[in-house]
Ligand binder design. Structure first.
Ligand code: TXA
Ligand code: MG
Length: 334
């Protein structure tokens, strides 16, 4: 099929009813239309049509097995794209959507297979950009849309970038100005027992922990845990400034930078030996020791020093102490 020339729409035409109608007509004829979202521009197609979705892959030169995110206009469209949606997922959408959050959910088989071939899941997002929402509503269908850039190139945060990559390849780009967020959405896989953050974004792990009791970060053994209900006040807080160091180098760096603040490093024997700083407080040698001496060490530290830097515990069984450290530091990491 002959592809029509790109019509690059200037900003003054943004949001005009006619423009959205034209775009929706194209989408309902299995064409691809680029549209703005608050994160980055998307390359959209009717998520129920394999013909339309395959055009996205072709235009982007994207490998067929890299799944797409499906965009809907509100929670009421969720059933069209997903199945067995958990109450936690609904709560997340209610808290953070419309907005830069994508949830991986069980897929509704009515979606075009090419949206996420070989998978029984689908990424779902409710964007907050007014034009994106209007477009989905006018089209009356969920829109599959990856970022509007050629595969492996940088994402597009303005219509000009989209034009540079797709001039003459797609029939329409809706210009909605610069994207407010500028990085792609946070992706959370809700199909796992403990939800996993697959891609970090504007919505942070500790934002998610307002809703989720636990969350994991991909490629990390760390499990982040929400404060128990009723613990909204800072607990276990020492009287002086207190942080957790991500590793030994960061601990030494934070210590050296804070020399005039009378700093101390609190950690297990091996750790403080490796740090080699003058002011240290030992938490003993084992994990059991560390749990046993943790509060004692903090009390001693707050009496004698003004800046406490605490070791981070890697082991999975150290959740209890990590929970206390998180509360003592208020989540501050150096
Ligand atoms: O902000 C965003 O999310 C933008 C705008 C346009 O909404 N979209 C976006 O799409 O960044 P894309 O295709 O560039 O990145 C989506 C990422 C890809 O790395 C893809 O592999 C992953 O999400 N993904 C999509 N569906 C998935 C699924 N069912 N399971 C796991 N990963 C998935
Ligand atoms: Mg992308």
């Amino acid at each position: 099929m002959k592809v029509k020339q790109v019509k690059y729409l200037i900003k003054t035409k943004i949001g005009g009813k006619e423009l959205i109608c034209e775009a929706a007509k194209l989408l309902n004829s299995d064409e691809v239309v680029a549209f703005p979202t608050e994160t980055v521009y998307g390359l959209g197609a009717n998520a129920f049509s394999d013909i339309a979705v395959s055009k996205i892959f072709k235009a982007k030169r994207r490998p067929q097995d890299n799944p797409l995110i499906v965009h809907i206009a509100g929670i009421e469209m969720l059933d069209l794209v997903a199945e067995n949606v958990t109450s936690e997922a609904i709560k997340l959408f209610k808290e953070f959507s419309p907005g830069p959050l994508t949830l991986i959910l069980k897929k509704n088989k009515k979606l075009a297979n090419s949206v996420s071939p070989y998978l029984d899941t689908v990424g779902v997002r409710i964007p907050s950009h007014e034009l994106a929402l209007k477009l989905i509503i006018k089209t009356g269908k969920p829109l599959a849309a990856p970022s509007a850039n050629l595969s492996s190139r940088v994402s597009s945060t303005s219509a000009k970038h989209v034009l540079a990559d797709f001039d003459g390849v797609i029939p329409l780009i809706i210009d909605g100005g610069e994207c407010a967020v500028g990085i792609e959405s946070t992706i959370v896989d809700m199909t796992k027992e403990i939800p996993v953050i697959l891609r970090p974004g504007r919505i942070k792990p500790y934002d998610l922990l307002k809703i989720l009791p636990k969350v994991k970060i991909k490629d990390s053994n760390e499990i982040l845990i929400a404060e128990a209900p009723g613990m909204k006040y800072k607990h276990y807080a020492p009287l002086v400034k207190c942080v957790m160091a991500k590793d030994i180098e960061s601990a030494i760096k934070a210590y050296d930078l804070a020399l005039n603040e009378n700093p101390v490093i609190v950690g297990r024997k091996k750790y403080i030996e490796q740090c080699g700083t003058e002011n240290v407080i030992s938490l003993g040698t084992s994990l059991d020791d560390a749990e046993k001496y943790y509060f004692l060490a903090l009390r001693e530290a707050e009496q004698r020093y003004s800046y406490i830097i605490i070791e981070r515990f890697e082991e999975e069984e150290s959740l209890a102490i990590m929970n206390r450290i998180h509360k003592s530091t208020g989540g501050k990491i150096v």
